[in-house]
Each structure stands twice: as structure tokens, then as C-alpha cells.
Design a protein around this ligand. Sequence first.
Ligand SMILES: [Zn+2]
Length: 158
Amino acid sequence: MSREFHCPSCDKKLFTYEERTRKYGKLLKECKKCGAQYLDPRYYELAIDGIPEDEFKVTRYSVAILIGALFGWRGIYVSRIYLYTGADPIKWLVPISFILISFIVIIAGLYEIITITTGIKRKKMEKLYEESKARMRDSSYVYTLKKHGYVINEEYDI
Ligand SMILES: [Zn+2]
């Protein structure tokens, strides 16, 4: 599901995002229009939420690759029909998009699987975790998070 995010203070539309989007980093952001601070719903503080183990599930990315491959197969299938029967140039947009999407998804999926199996992803996540811990030691940051309604666990509460 795609959602719009508006500044809680001035209501300016700041971005659209997918509900399942998960980014790691500072979740306190500043509105470009009015300068008010807000919690970015796309971001997670790893020190609070913990390292999500599903980030390291190879099956999850294998499924993505499989879906990507299906898109690619469909794109090639339709392209072959168009090759034999002829089609308006505009109609080619569909199979070409399918093949492109497939390509991107497969490459991205393979990249994830490689970084998981080599341990690169785990290292990267641990680095982000340390950065998050450092942020949570900053009491003014924690205070502002709390003020915006973010639930802080006992370890970092002030
Ligand atoms: Zn604003």
C-alpha cells in the first residue's frame, strides 16, 4: 500500500512511501517548508527495534527472484508474439517494461543473497546498529523522540 506523508505541522506533502518500507537511520527529520521536526515513518532505530532477522532470509529474496523471472518470462513470451504478428511501437512498452522490471528485480535479489551469504549485510547492519546506539545515547535526541510519541525502551529511556 502506497501512502502519502504530510508534515504534521504545516501539512505539506513530503513524500509517498510503501507501508512495508524499512530504512535504518535517524528517524527525526526536519520539514523543508516550515522547519518543524517530525518522525519519518519509513525509518527504524535499530537500537530500539533490534536487528530484524528477516533481512537475512535468503528465501525471501529467492521468492523475489522467482517473481522477477515470471515477469521476464511473460515479457519475452509477449515479445515473441509481437515479433511474429507485428505490433504498434506503443504496445511494445508492456513487454519491454516487464523484461526491465524482471532484470532489476533479479539483479537486486542476487545482490541481497550475495551480501547475506558473504556476511557483508550482517556487518553493515551491525554498523547501523552501533550508529543507532550512539544516537540513543544523546539525551536531547531521545527526549525529542519521546515528545513525538516514539516509544523508548528502558535501556535508553531518560
Ligand atoms: Zn512543515
